[in-house]
Design a protein around this ligand. Structure first.
Ligand code: CA
Length: 233
């Protein structure tokens, strides 16, 4: 359920919009004061903000500018300011949509739905890599690896190397390429250090590290992740 903050100092509108959104199964917080609103946004997660512009203590424009320094949360400006220059300014400082008062609640609701749909599509999907027919699961967001349902602790360096190889399973990566892609150009390491990391990854994840199924050594060239995997939302 999406959580929405409505910032609006006119009680009637605040209550009307809140009621409409709640009726449509949204979770709604309501705030009438500008500074209080900014504090709420800083300390809570919202999926969308409906923002009036003329507010006590801090204007909606200032709130929007400040929010954009730390968040991409969709912002719908809801305001009596109907001049083109106000709208242009609103979009320039980071609004995603702009609706002028008076408005029809049904239109607001549809705009809210459209914004949420768009922002959910933009969100990067959590990726679960499935290796060895799903025996090994790698969650690239939480950096967790499990094998046969048991969590396998990898070091950060091991994880980075594994991600490089898995980024293109049919490609052979040289030791230099692995170092560069996993750690960056400035990383000061001789290429054989990669061998040690690979050995450790195999010891943790392969059934038989002498006959690896996952990470193959390509003599004279480097390493290749030999596997098929699919990504899941
Ligand atoms: Ca107002």
């Amino acid at each position: 359920m999406a959580k929405i903050l409505i910032v609006e100092d006119e009680q009637e509108i605040r209550e009307l919009v809140s009621a409409y959104l709640r009726n449509d199964q949204f979770e709604v917080d309501a705030e009438e004061d500008g500074k209080m609103a900014l504090n709420r946004i800083k300390s809570n997660h919202y999926d969308l903000i409906i923002l009036d512009l003329m507010l006590p203590s801090l204007s909606g424009e200032k709130i929007c500018e400040e929010v954009r320094t730390f968040s991409n949360v969709p912002i719908l400006m809801l305001t009596a300011k109907s001049d083109l220059s106000d709208k242009v300014f609103g979009f320039r400082i980071g609004a995603d949509d702009y609706l002028t008062k008076p408005f029809e609640p049904i239109e607001l609701l549809e705009r809210v739905r459209a914004l949420l749909r768009r922002s959910q599509n933009d969100r990067p999907k959590a990726t679960l890599l499935r290796v060895l027919n799903g025996r090994i699961l790698i969650d690239t967001e939480s950096l967790r690896v499990t094998k046969d349902g048991v969590e396998i602790p990898l070091t950060t360096n091991e994880f980075k190397i594994l991600m490089v190889l898995l980024s293109n399973p049919n490609r052979v990566f040289s030791r230099d390429e692995i170092i560069e892609q996993a750690f960056g150009m400035e990383y000061d390491s001789f290429d054989r250090a990669i061998d040690t990391h690979i050995k450790n990854i195999r010891a943790k994840l392969e059934d038989d590290s002498k006959h690896p199924m996952m990470i193959k050594t390509i003599y004279g060239a480097g390493y290749r992740a030999e596997l098929t995997y699919d990504t899941e939302a």
